[in-house]
Design a protein around this ligand. Structure first.
Ligand SMILES: Cc1ncc(COP(=O)(O)O)c(C=O)c1O
Length: 390
């Protein structure tokens, strides 16, 4: 790619048509009565906060969810007006900023409400009560805890907007634990309803639950990994409840192609040695970009053929063994499709013993993100210089 927006030959491409497709697939699957929170925390799982948020909303998501208040404020500052829920912990002293920007916060402790209810806000603070039904992370765990907290909400500055929980095993083959969480949620929610007979937004399903068990009582689902075209687990991928399209691909170019003699070494530690004359290509991407040292031995695509990464991955570069001489500037795909060959996010995740969620999150902010619609570039965002619409 030749452009005036970044000056290196490695970049991420985000296919926004695929984000749209994935949202529409889920919306059709869960039906019109349920809304969708597009989960865009962690820079939209490495895909780009604002671009994904806007695409998700245009495609039919009604609201957004993030982990931290900073992320919600980033969306607001970039012109996102939709409802945003912060899923994680927010300090009580930061509640006023959330209220000012119409950002809904999660609470899960009585003492947090005590600290917040005495504050004065310009607008009522929207709150969601988090129930811990088995994730063991954040949330009220018992009816007693819930009933002790509810009276503290009885001030005009606070508005209880929703109630939710999070499932730990909705992507598993064995559903016993999931069913247990679901019935615990039903029990706690019913008990809450008795003491709090006001309308509430109820939401509990993540991607796995929303794709596999759409027919439950909740009003909204929280759709994260599926929106990016990735299945939450191998089980769900095999079940294939809906079709998804991977939005993220990773690209680079050969910046130096040379032939080494037999018994010459490549990279730090000289751990790779040629056993005959070999063509070696250098890629300008390394572990500082999130292409971590464990990627050694994995493969990349050159002209649709797989070539192995040889020698240690350096901070900013790595080397591949080529089957022949290729011109400098030849495009290489590290994740995604080239000609008819495909390297999936799942394959990369398997290689480094992790889950697909972690891989796009690992790809560093310094890596430019190129956004495409109908095959055309619509935006290039580069953390090293401000994004620009084309
Ligand atoms: C509270 C909460 N809800 C929803 C999600 C989205 O989950 P998924 O990406 O599996 O759809 C997450 C992600 O970790 C989360 O922490």
């Amino acid at each position: 790619m030749r452009n005036d927006h970044f000056y290196r030959d490695s970049w991420v491409e985000i296919n926004l048509d695929h984000v749209e497709y994935n949202i529409k697939q889920l919306a059709a699957h869960i039906g019109e009565d349920k809304g969708i929170y597009g989960v865009v925390k962690a820079n939209a799982y490495g895909h780009g906060y604002v671009q994904v948020a806007q695409t998700a909303l245009d495609a039919g998501a009604q609201a957004l969810a993030v982990a931290f208040l900073d992320e919600a404020l980033h969306l607001r500052k970039n012109g996102v007006h939709a409802a945003i829920l912060v899923l994680g912990a927010t300090r009580p002293e930061d509640a006023a900023i959330a209220a000012d920007h119409d950002i809904s916060l999660t609470f899960y402790r009585k003492d947090w409400l005590e600290a917040v209810r005495t504050q004065r806000f310009r607008k009522p603070l929207q709150l969601h009560m988090k129930l811990d039904t088995g994730m063991g992370r954040l949330g009220f765990r018992t009816e007693e805890e819930i009933h002790a907290a509810l009276p503290l909400l009885d001030v005009p500055s606070l508005h209880l907007e929703g109630v939710y929980t999070h499932f730990a095993t909705a992507d598993d083959a064995d559903l016993a634990y999931f069913e247990g969480q679901r019935s615990k949620f039903d029990k706690l929610y019913k008990s809450l309803q008795k003491a709090w007979p006001h309308p509430l937004i109820v939401h509990s399903d993540n991607s796995a639950a929303s794709m596999r068990f759409a027919a439950d009582e909740s009003d909204f689902v929280r759709f994260g990994i599926g929106m990016y075209g990735l299945y939450p687990s191998k089980i769900v991928k095999e079940e294939h409840p809906i079709a998804l399209r991977q939005a993220f691909s990773l690209h680079s170019k050969l910046v130096h192609v040379k032939q080494l003699e037999a018994h010459e070494a490549v990279s730090y530690g000289a751990t790779y040695e040629t056993n005959k004359a070999e063509w070696i290509g250098t890629l300008p991407i390394g572990y500082a970009d999130g292409w971590i040292r464990k990627m050694q031995g994995f493969e990349v695509l050159v002209e649709g053929k797989r070539m192995p990464i040889v020698g240690r991955v350096c901070m900013d570069q790595c080397m591949v063994k080529l089957d022949k001489a290729y011109p400098n500037g030849t495009e290489v795909v590290l994740i995604g499709m080239q000609q008819n060959a495909f390297i999936s996010m799942d394959e990369v995740a398997d290689w480094i013993d992790t889950i697909n969620y972690e891989v796009p999150c690992l790809i560093a902010a310094r890596m430019p993100r190129v956004y495409k619609r109908s095959g055309r570039i619509v935006e290039v965002a580069n953390a090293l210089s401000p994004g620009e619409s084309l």
